[in-house]
Every structure is written in C-alpha cells, then in structure tokens.
Design a protein around this ligand. Structure first.
Ligand code: HEC
Length: 152
C-alpha cells in the first residue's frame, strides 16, 4: 500500500517536473547553447551590439579595459569569469551565490530574463527579449577581454 502510494506520487510529480524542466535559476540550472543561438552569435553584427550596449548597458557598466565598476560591475574580461566575482564590487547575495561562469550559454540565458536567471539580482534591467539583439551584445561583450574566446 505504501509502495503504491509512492508510485502514484511519482506518476503525479513526473509530468509536472518535465513541464518545468527547462529553465529556472542559474544556481540550479545549467543552460546549454542552442544551435540557433550559436549561429546568431557567430554571425552577429558586433557594431550593432556595441550600439545596443551604449543604449542599454553603458549607463551602469563600463566595458573598457582601463575602466572600472560603476552602478554595475566592470565588464572587461566578463566571459570566463565566475558570476559575482569581480574584486571590489558589492554584488547581491543572489548574484554571488549563483555559482556559474559566464559563457555564451549563461550570458544568453541571463540576458533573456535576468530575474528568472538570478532571482533577487540587483541589476535593474529585465533583459533583452530579442534573440538577435542579445546575440549582438554578447558578441560585443566577447571583444571586451584580453583573450576573447573563439566564436561558437
Ligand atoms: C540599471 C543598471 C544596469 C543596467 C542598465 C545593466 N546592468 Fe548589468 N548589472 C548591474 C548590476 C547592479 C549588476 C550586479 C547585480 C547583482 O549583484 O545582483 C549587474 C551585473 C551584470 C552581469 C554579471 C557580471 C558579473 O561580474 O558577474 C552582467 C554579465 C551584466 N550585468 C551585463 C549587462 C548587460 C549586457 C547589460 C545591457 C544589456 C546590462 N548588464 C545592463 C546593473 C545594470
């Protein structure tokens, strides 16, 4: 009887878990780069990404090599960096505890919906819903580093 009950519970919970399977906070979910997003980043217009960065990010972020923190953390060398780890910036506990490294997949996931990716994050921007625009910004962020990683 007890066993049957457990079985019934599993049957109930499994479909719900599958339905919720994609997504959630980066602390417990490791997104992979979809082939479509990889193509968008590889073929992105970096100049357009730079312009979007100026409009949507630069009021809080400095991306220059000799720059520093402002309202948001310095973004030089952000790709390959552990989230919430730039020395001297006062991150939220949510960002500090999110436990992942910034790469194409995690950046795309974060920038598509920042609150879903890091609930409680201190960054006051919902995200960039347009996949192409996001890819261009990520391709631009790639250039802000000492050793830009290969394009996907
Ligand atoms: C209104 C200010 C603001 C805007 C606009 C903003 N950010 Fe942020 N950003 C922040 C703050 C503050 C944090 C730190 C968040 C925390 O600690 O929870 C942050 C964190 C980040 C991080 C994580 C960095 C790290 O060191 O872990 C990335 C990546 C990032 N922002 C990218 C962007 C991009 C790209 C844009 C533009 C599309 C943008 N942000 C727009 C304020 C902003």
């Amino acid at each position: 009887m007890k066993r049957n009950l457990r079985f019934a519970l599993i049957l109930l919970v499994l479909p719900a878990a599958t339905a919720l399977g994609e997504g959630g906070p980066l602390a417990t979910y490791a997104p992979t780069l979809s082939p479509e997003t990889a193509v968008l980043i590889a073929g992105a217009d970096v100049e357009a990404g730079a312009r979007t960065f100026e409009r949507k990010c630069a009021q809080c972020h400095d991306g220059a090599k000799d720059g520093g923190h402002s309202k948001g953390p310095h973004l030089w060398n952000v790709i390959g960096r552990k989230a919430g780890s730039a020395p001297g910036f006062n991150y939220s506990n949510a960002m500090r505890g999110s436990g992942h490294t910034w790469n194409y997949a995690t950046l795309d996931y974060f920038l598509s919906d920042t609150e879903r990716a890091v609930p409680g994050r201190a960054m006051d921007l919902t995200g960039l819903p347009d996949a192409k625009m996001r890819a261009a910004v990520i391709a631009y962020l790639r250039t802000l580093g000492d050793n830009p990683p290969p394009l996907p």
